[in-house]
Design a protein around this ligand. Structure first.
Ligand code: 5AD
Ligand code: SF4
Length: 506
C-alpha cells in the first residue's frame, strides 16, 4: 500500500478530524437504533491515523459508524472522551511510534482518573490481539480492520465494565466485509481530493510483508457502490478520487450478472465526470495489464501517473521476496507503459537490505533505478515482521549499518533523479489541480500536475479546486515552482494538450 510521504505516521494536520455534533433530524431518522447509543451519550471521539492511505480511508468509515451511533467527532484530544488510534504494523518503527504515543496517552488517562477510553484499531490491533492488552493495560477496545461496524457495541461493553473492566476485542477478519454501504466521513477533506476504498486485503503473500496477516484475504467492493460514491463526490464538488486497495489492480468484482476487472472499473469511474481526475494506489506489476495502460492512454481524466512498486532490482532477490516477476519483466513493463502512454510518470517502493542481499544485488537496485529514472520513490530499510515467510524461513542477515548505508545510497540516487526530472519540467505548462494554500505561505497555492508533481505558485485570484494552467519556472528536488497563466477545465486542457514542451520564456 502506498505510503503517504513517510508511511509511518501522518501529521495531525494531514489527518484533520471533522468536527461534528449529533446529526440533523433527518439523519436521526436514518440512524439504526441498536441500544448502544446509551454508551455514546454526548461522548466525543478523537481518531488519530497512522500509516497508509487505506488507514485514512478506514478512519473515515470508523467516524461514520460512530456518528451513526450517536458519538460526536472532535479534532481536539483534550475534549475527547474516547481516543482511537488507527494503527500500522508494516515495519517495526511504525509500531514503535504507536507504543510511544500510547505511553503519552497513559499519562493523560491517569490525569483523568481512568475516565478517558482508549482504543487500538487497525493492523497493529490485528497483529497483536490480546497480547496488546497484556502489554498495554490502558487499552479498552482492540478492533481489527474488518470489525469496525462492531465498534459501538465494543465501546458499550468496555464502558459497562469500567472502572476495573476487561477490554472488548474483535479482530475477526472477513472475506465479505468491504464496508460497501458506508459513506465515509472525509478526513482528507480539502474538499478537492478524496480516497475511495475499492478492495481490501491481499492474497499476494510477498515474503517480507505482514499485510496479508493483518488485513486478510482480498475482497472487491461491488462496482455500483463505488460508482455511486464517486458520483456523490462529484456532486459535492470534489475534483479528484484515488481508488484505494492494498493491491488495487487485482480488483475483480463478480456477481450473478457482472464481472468487472480493474481496467474496466477505472474506465467506468473516469466516465462519472469529465472534471474528476482519477488516480489509484497501490498497484502490483503482475496486474498492470495492457488493458489498464490503454485506459490511462484513452481516458484524459485518468492521470498519467502509476505507482508501481518494484521492491528490488535483482531477480534472485525478487524471487526470495516472492514478487512473481523478474527484473527484465519489470523493465519491459515500464517500457510498455512509456510506449502506450508517452510522458507517463512512475514512482516506486524499494526495500534495502532484504535477507541474503549481496553487495552486487544491491548494485542491481541502483542500476534498475538508473534505467527507470523514477520521478519519486518511497524507500525503506528491511524490517523483519513476525509471521511472515521471511521471518520464519529466511535469515535477516544484512547488518544494520550495511542496510543503512545501502538505503542512503538509494535515497541519494533518487534525490538526484527527482531533481533532474523536476529540472526537465522547467518551461513546460501543466494543468494543476489546486489543493489549497502552500505550506509556507498563504499567498501561494499548492496543487498537483496530472503526473502527481507538487507545484507552488502565487495565489492571485485562483482558488482551491480550480484547474489552472501553470508554467514551470524553477524547482527543488521535491517541488515545482511556477507562474499561473489561466484557469481552465480538464476537458479544455485535454483538447489543447496539457503539457507543452516549449522552452521557458527568456
Ligand atoms: N520491511 C521494510 N519495508 C516493507 N514494506 C513492506 N513490508 C516491509 C518490511 N517488512 C514496504 C514495501 C511496501 C511498502 C508499503 O512498505 O516497500 O511496498
Ligand atoms: Fe504486502 Fe505484497 Fe500484498 Fe503489497 S502486494 S500488501 S507488499 S503482500
Amino acid at each position: 500500500m502506498e505510503p503517504i510521504e513517510d508511511l509511518d505516521v501522518l501529521s495531525e494536520d494531514e489527518v484533520r478530524q471533522r468536527e461534528a455534533g449529533a446529526g440533523s433530524d433527518d439523519e436521526d431518522l436514518d440512524r439504526v437504533e441498536h441500544g448502544y447509543e446509551e454508551a455514546a451519550g454526548a461522548k466525543q471521539v478523537y481518531i488519530e491515523t497512522y500509516g497508509c492511505q487505506m488507514n485514512v480511508a478506514d478512519s473515515g468509515v470508523v467516524a461514520s459508524v460512530l456518528e451513526d451511533s450517536g458519538y460526536g467527532l472532535t479534532q481536539d484530544q483534550d475534549e475527547a472522551d474516547v481516543v482511537l488510534l488507527n494503527t500500522c504494523a508494516i515495519r517495526e518503527n511504525a509500531e514503535q511510534k504507536i507504543r510511544t504515543r500510547l505511553g503519552m496517552l497513559r499519562a493523560e488517562k491517569e490525569k483523568r482518573d481512568g475516565e478517558l477510553m482508549m482504543g487500538v484499531l487497525g493492523c497493529m490491533a490485528e497483529r497483536l490481539r490480546e497480547k496488546l492488552l497484556e502489554q498495554e493495560d490502558l487499552v479498552d477496545v482492540v478492533v481489527g480492520p474488518d470489525a469496525y461496524r462492531d465498534l459501538p457495541r465494543l465501546l458499550y461493553e468496555a464502558d459497562s465494565r469500567k472502572p476495573s473492566g476487561q477490554a472488548a476485542v474483535n479482530v475477526e477478519l472477513s472475506k465479505q466485509e468491504t464496508y460497501e454501504d458506508i459513506q465515509p466521513v472525509r478526513y482528507d477533506s480539502n474538499g478537492v481530493s478524496a480516497y475511495v476504498s475499492i478492495m481490501r486485503g491481499c492474497d499476494n503473500m510477498c515474503t517480507f510483508c505482514v499485510v496479508p496477516f493483518t488485513r486478510g484475504r482480498e475482497s472487491s467492493r461491488p462496482v455500483t457502490t463505488i460508482l455511486s460514491e464517486v458520483a456523490q463526490l462529484a456532486e459535492e464538488g470534489y475534483k479528484e478520487v484515488t481508488l484505494l486497495g492494498q493491491n488495487v489492480n487485482s480488483y475483480h468484482y463478480t456477481d450473478d450478472d457482472t464481472s468487472v476487472t480493474f481496467a474496466e472499473l477505472v474506465d467506468r469511474v473516469s466516465r462519472v465526470s469529465p472534471e474528476m481526475r482519477v488516480r489509484y494506489s497501490t498497484s502490483h506489476p503482475k496486474d498492470c495489464t495492457d488493458a489498464l495502460l490503454k485506459v490511462h492512454r484513452d481516458r484524459p481524466n485518468v492521470c498519467n501517473y502509476i505507482h508501481l512498486p518494484v521492491q528490488h532490482g535483482n531477480t534472485e532477490v525478487l524471487d526470495r521476496m516472492r514478487r512473481t516477476y523478474t527484473r527484465e519483466e519489470y523493465l519491459a513493463l515500464i517500457e510498455r507503459g512509456r510506449e502506450l502512454c508517452p510522458g507517463v510518470s512512475f514512482s516506486t517502493d524499494i526495500i534495502a537490505g532484504f535477507c541474503g542481499e549481496a553487495e552486487e544485488q544491491h548494485q542491481d537496485t541502483l542500476s534498475l533505478m538508473r534505467e527507470v529514472r523514477y520521478d519519486h520513490a518511497y524507500m525503506f530499510k528491511y524490517s523483519e515482521r513476525p509471521q511472515t515467510y521471511a521471518a520464519r524461513k529466511l535469515e535477516d542477515d544484512v547488518p544494520d549499518d550495511v542496510k543503512q548505508r545501502r538505503l542512503e545510497e538509494i535515497i541519494g540516487l533518487q534525490n538526484r533523479h527527482s531533481k533532474e526530472s523536476n529540472e526537465e519540467e522547467i518551461g513546460r505548462i501543466h494543468t494543476v489541480l489546486v489543493e489549497g494554500a502552500s505550506k509556507k505561505s498563504d499567498e501561494q497555492l499548492f496543487g498537483r500536475t496530472d503526473t502527481n508533481k507538487g507545484v507552488v505558485f502565487d495565489r492571485e485570484d485562483y482558488e482551491q479546486g480550480d484547474y489552472v494552467k501553470v508554467r514551470i519556472e524553477d524547482c527543488t528536488s521535491s517541488t515545482l515552482l511556477g507562474t499561473a497563466l489561466e484557469k481552465t477545465t480538464l476537458e479544455e486542457a485535454a483538447r489543447t494538450d496539457s503539457i507543452t514542451a516549449a522552452p521557458a520564456a527568456a
